[in-house]
Design a protein around this ligand. Structure first.
Ligand SMILES: N[C@@H](CCC(=O)N[C@@H](CS)C(=O)NCC(=O)O)C(=O)O
Length: 358
C-alpha cells in the first residue's frame, strides 16, 4: 500500500489527518505510536518526533495541514480539501491556522502544563487558556454565523482542523450557550462519520487527558429526555394482594468510611428478588474482570465515569447514568477517571451468581 500514517488515536493532529483519509476512504497502513518500534521508526524519519507523519512510498510528509494538502493533490477523492477558488482557498488556510493555533494551541497549553514533571502553574495556565479560548469562540461565532462549514460552502481542510480542536477545546473551556452557531458547528463535525470514528477510537485513551475528560453530555441530554418522556402508570391497589413479606433493612456499605465503597446485599437476605452490589475504585483503568450472569443486571453510576463493554457494545457512562446488562451477555467496565468511580449494581436475582471469563 502506498500510504503509511504514523499516528495515535488520542492525538488531535492525528485525528485531523485521519478525518481527511476517512472522508475519501483512502487506503493506508496505520502505524500506532504505542506499538513496539513505531516511535523509533518515526524518529528516524522526522527528528522533530511529532506526529502525524505520512509516508507516501519514499516521500516523508510532515505537518497535518501539509499532509492534507498532499492527499488532496496526490490522492484526490470525492471530497476536495482545498477549494478551487483562490479567495476561498485563502479562507480555508486562514481557518485551518486559526483552529490549530488559537483553538488547539490554547487548549493544549494547560494540558502540557499538567503533564510537566513539576507543574506549578496549572491554575494560571487554565485561566489563560479560558480567556484566550473565549476570545477565539467570540470570533468564530461571528465567522460561522449562517454557515455550515468554516470556509466556502463545502467541507474543507479547515473543517478537518476544526473537528479535533473544538472537540478538545470544549473539554478545557466549555463552549457556552452564548455561542449557538459555534456549538451547532461542533455538533455537526462530531456527527460526521469520518470524525465520529476518530472519537470512538480515542475513547479508550480518555484517561490520558490530564485535566479530566468530561462527563458525557449526551448522557445528560438522554436523561433529561427520559425524565420528560417518562409516564408513570397507576394501578388499582384494591385488585392487588400483598405478598405478606415483611419490610427489612440491610447495610450495603459503611458510608462513614472514606470509600470507594464495596458491599453486597443478597436479595434472599431481604426476602426480595434483587441482589445489590456496591462497586467502587479510585484507580483509573481498574474494574471488574469480564464476567457473565444468568440474569439481567442494572448498573447505576453514582460517581465518576466508566467505559462499559457489554457483549459487542461499548459505551461511556457517567454519574447519573444507568446501564443495562442483559442475562448471558459477558460484560465488564473500567474507571475512566479522573478520580473515583462508584457504582451500585442491581442483580435481578435473589442471589449473586457469576462466572468470570478472563
Ligand atoms: N504542527 C504539527 C503539530 C503536531 C503535534 O503537536 N503532535 C503532537 C500529538 S497531537 C505530538 O506529536 N506530541 C508528542 C510530542 O510533542 O513529542 C502538526 O500539525 O502536525
Amino acid at each position: 500500500m502506498a500510504l503509511t500514517l504514523f499516528a495515535h488515536p488520542f492525538s488531535s493532529y492525528s485525528q485531523k489527518v485521519l478525518m481527511a483519509l476517512r472522508e475519501n476512504d483512502t487506503p493506508f497502513v496505520y502505524r500506532h505510536m504505542e506499538d513496539p518500534g513505531v516511535a523509533e521508526a518515526l524518529a528516524a524519519l522526522w527528528p522533530i518526533g511529532k506526529f502525524p507523519v505520512l509516508m507516501d512510498r519514499e516521500l516523508v510528509v510532515v505537518e497535518s495541514s501539509l499532509i492534507i494538502e498532499h492527499l488532496d493533490q496526490q490522492h484526490p477523492g470525492k471530497v476536495r480539501f482545498l477549494p478551487k477558488d483562490p479567495e476561498t482557498v485563502l479562507e480555508a488556510r486562514l481557518l485551518d491556522r486559526f483552529f490549530d493555533q488559537y483553538v488547539m494551541g490554547e487548549a493544549g497549553a494547560p494540558v502540557l502544563e499538567a503533564i510537566r514533571a513539576k507543574s506549578d502553574r496549572l491554575e494560571e495556565a487554565k485561566e489563560r487558556a479560558s480567556e484566550r479560548l473565549e476570545i477565539a469562540y467570540q470570533w468564530l461565532e461571528k465567522r460561522l454565523s449562517g454557515r455550515a462549514w468554516a470556509a466556502g460552502d463545502d467541507f474543507s481542510l479547515a473543517d478537518c482542523a476544526a473537528a479535533p480542536s473544538l472537540f478538545y477545546a470544549d473539554w478545557v473551556h466549555p463552549i457556552g450557550g452564548g455561542y449557538p452557531w459555534l456549538r451547532a458547528y461542533r455538533s455537526r463535525l462530531l456527527a460526521r462519520p469520518s470524525f465520529s470514528t476518530c472519537m470512538e477510537d480515542a475513547r479508550k485513551y480518555r484517561s490520558y487527558f490530564p485535566l479530566g475528560a468530561p462527563r458525557s453530555r449526551l448522557g445528560l441530554e438522554k436523561h433529561a429526555l427520559a425524565r420528560i418522556c417518562m409516564v408513570r402508570r397507576d394501578f388499582d391497589p384494591s385488585l392487588f394482594t400483598p405478598s405478606g413479606q415483611p419490610a427489612l433493612k440491610a447495610r450495603l456499605y459503611e458510608c462513614a468510611e472514606d470509600g470507594p465503597w464495596r458491599g453486597t446485599v443478597e436479595g434472599s437476605a431481604l426476602g426480595g428478588g434483587s441482589t445489590v452490589l456496591a462497586y467502587g475504585t479510585d484507580v483509573v483503568g481498574e474494574g471488574p474482570r469480564l464476567h457473565v450472569h444468568p440474569y439481567d443486571e442494572t448498573f447505576i453510576i453514582v460517581a465518576g465515569c466508566a467505559h462499559f463493554y457489554v457483549g459487542e457494545a461499548e459505551f461511556e457512562a457517567a454519574e447519573g447514568d444507568v446501564v443495562f446488562g442483559p442475562a448471558g451477555v459477558p460484560h465488564r467496565f473500567v474507571n475512566l477517571g479522573p478520580g473515583r468511580l462508584q457504582t451500585i449494581d442491581i442483580h435481578h436475582s435473589p442471589s449473586w451468581i457469576q462466572t468470570d471469563l478472563l
